[in-house]
Structures are given as C-alpha cells and as structure tokens.
Design a protein around this ligand. Structure first.
Ligand code: UT7
Length: 346
C-alpha cells in the first residue's frame, strides 16, 4: 500500500469525534477484583483508569455517538456518506457487520458498509481503505470509526490482562483532499501472521465454536502473552513510523505530533526513545482510558484536537500494532478547513 514516490494527498481528515462511556473502572476497583495494586499498574502500564460501556451499550452504540460528532464536525450529514468502515475487534455480532448497524442508526443511504478486522491496528487499516476508495473514485466522503467494548471479552479474573483494557469509540470523516500539501500524506501497513497465537480470542469462531467447555475454560476472553506482545510492539511501532514517514518524504525530526496506539506507556516510551523524539511531541490518553484497541488512535486524535494540538500544517503521525500481529502508521499534514477555537496555523 506504499507509494514509491512522494505524492500529493488524495484524501484528508475533515471531521473528528469521540465517545467515552461515563462509567469509570479505577485501579482501586481492580484491586478489589484481582491480586494487583495501583502502584503495579501505574508503574508497568501508565494506566490509572478506564471507561466501561453500560450493560445495554454495544459497540455500534458507541460508534454511532462518535460518528455523529465527527459528521457534525465535518459539516456533513449521514446522507452525504458514500462508504462506512468500522474497525473493531468487538463487533456487536460476528455478522452482520457493525458498520451496517451504524449505517442504519445514522440514517445513511444504502451505501457500502463494512468492518475491518485488524485488532488494535484497525483504525489505520480502515483509514487506508478509505483513502484507497477515494483514490479509486468509488467514494468522496467516507466515515471511518474505531469502536470497542473490550470489557465484554476481558477476563476480570486474569490480572495479566484485565488491568489494560477499556471501552470507547472515535471517528473521522475522510474526504477528497483539496489542498496539494494538506491531508493524508502516506499510510503504511504490515502484518506478521507468525505471531497470531500471542494475542487472541481463542473461542467463538470456526476453529473453536462456543460450547459449555469453551465457556468453562474461559476461552471467550482475551488470551495474551504480554511479554512477547511487548517485544513485537516496540519494533513494529518504530518500523511503522519510519516507513510511513519515508513514503511521505519525511524523517522523525519532521514530526510535530505522534499519536500512538495506547497499549502501554512503557511500549510507547521505548519506541519514542529509539526514534529520538522529544517526549513533548507524543500524545497520551492511556492514563485515563487504558487500551481501547482500534478506538485508541481516533479517541486520542480527537483529544489532541480538543487540546489545540492539531494545528493546521502540523505533521501528525498515527501508529499502531495489534493482534495478528498487525501494524501500521499514517502521516497527516493537518488540514483544518473548519477551524475551531484554539486551532492555529503553523
Ligand atoms: O493492544 C495490544 C495489547 N497488548 C499489549 O500491548 C500488551 C503488551 N504487554 C504489556 O503491556 C506487559 O507485558 C504487561 C503489562 C501485560 C505485563 O507487564 P510486564 O512488565 O511484562 O510483567 P510480566 O508479565 O513480566 O510479569 C511480572 C510479574 C509477574 O509475577 P512474577 O512471575 O514475577 O512473580 C506477574 O505475575 O508481575 C505479575 N503481574 C502482576 N502483578 C500485579 C502480572 N500482572 C499483574 C498485575 N498486578 N496486574
């Protein structure tokens, strides 16, 4: 999916929105559930609390909230959309796709709607699909959502995983770029299926259909070899940042803001150190929201926007890794045609 030469942007991000459920799960709450401590969680992960969807909320409900905000921010309506892509590892159902449920709830036309399965890298993959659809002339306005209810597949008896994950959704509207140098400059994607076993939801698919045995063995929850994922993650993040920058004709010194997948503050710190990026250029939401898989990047992007960090012209790199193992990065020179209070130009 890489361009061999630096090219003008085909597509741009014109609207952002995010939604976080109100209920908080703090480290103190987790201390009462498993053998852990606030000190261990903060030191090993950087997480203080995460959000949990209400019992009646499914992933599509979170997605619709974020999507509505992104549409309003972009100044478009659901009727303007040509394509809806939802990145999620926690769809409402195995089928139909969560994107079809979002289409219905938003009142969009009978446009194509599909989910992308690339776990925590899902939002970057979905952005690449959106850009490709616009490049191919199949769409002008695309809704891209990263939405998760990870609490539904988290084992709150497993201290090695339950401290990490939270629920949330983020969305962007992607449209054809109108400026020769503002917009999505490049997207880089990769996957290494040899690592498929180190992070997975073992049961519920065709390999291991649901049975009383799979339920009693707790196989419908996330299973993860944390240390192996950690080792993979640092290298994958660095490669994704470097390759996406290379396609954009840039180097790490050209980054104004890095918005990484919020998996573990130590993973991000290690990658940032090796990339020699100043800490002030890295955006974090992990303290408050934990790891929200495909929602981490768009939720963080929206938070950065609210804090006035996405100034027009700023080179923003989004980077992620996830189960698969997948990885990828995207470089955007921020275009803010509908500037909000606090947006500045550089
Ligand atoms: O989106 C991608 C999803 N996943 C990831 O990004 C995960 C990547 N990996 C990680 O973030 C880290 O590996 C973890 C946070 C999961 C674990 O941190 P770690 O520093 O790699 O710890 P560890 O697995 O090496 O465990 C060290 C010790 C062990 O005890 P012993 O064997 O040394 O006695 C664990 O049993 O810490 C123990 N431990 C805990 N202690 C208190 C593991 N989890 C906890 C816990 N509270 N929650």
């Amino acid at each position: 999916m890489q361009a061999s030469t630096v090219r003008s942007p085909i597509a741009t991000i014109t609207g952002l929105g995010s939604y976080l459920p109100a209920r908080k799960l703090t480290n103190g709450d987790l201390e009462a559930m498993v053998d852990t401590s606030d000190e261990w969680i903060v030191e090993r992960t950087g997480i203080h609390e995460r959000r949990l969807a209400a019992p009646e909320q499914a992933t599509s409900d979170l997605a619709v909230e974020a999507a509505s905000l992104a549409l309003a921010d972009a100044g478009v309506t659901a009727g303007d959309l040509d394509l809806i892509i939802v990145a999620t590892a926690t769809p409402d159902h195995l089928f139909p796709s969560t994107a079809c449920l979002v289409q219905k709830a938003l009142g969009a036309r009978q446009i194509p709607a599909m989910d992308v399965s690339a776990a925590c890298t899902g939002f970057i993959y979905a952005l690449a699909v959106a850009e490709g659809a616009i490049a191919a002339g199949r769409a002008e306005t695309v809704l891209v959502v990263g939405a998760e209810t990870l609490s539904r597949i988290t084992d709150y008896q497993d201290r090695k995983t339950c401290v990490l994950f939270g629920d949330g959704a983020g969305a962007v509207v992607v449209r054809r770029a109108s400026s020769p140098d503002h917009g999505i400059l490049s997207v880089f994607l990769g996957a290494d299926g040899a690592g498929a076993d180190i992070l997975k939801l073992p049961a519920g698919g065709s390999r291991l259909p649901a049975s009383t045995g799979t339920v009693s063995e707790r196989l419908h929850f996330i299973h993860m070899d944390g240390q192996e994922v950690f080792k993979f993650a640092v290298g994958a993040m660095i490669r994704s940042v470097r390759e996406s920058l290379k396609s954009a004709g840039l180097t790490p010194s050209g980054i104004d803001l890095l918005v990484p997948h919020q998996a573990n503050a130590r993973i991000v710190d290690a990658a940032v150190r090796l990339l020699r990026l100043p800490g002030g250029k890295v955006f974090h939401t992990i303290e408050d929201y934990g790891n929200m898989s495909s929602a981490s990047v768009p939720v963080s992007l929206d938070a950065a926007r609210r804090q006035g960090r996405l100034v027009r012209g700023a080179v923003t790199v989004m980077v992620a890794f996830g189960a698969g193992m997948t990885y990828g990065g995207a470089v955007v020179r921020w275009d803010a045609p509908r500037q909000r209070q606090g947006d500045q130009e550089i």
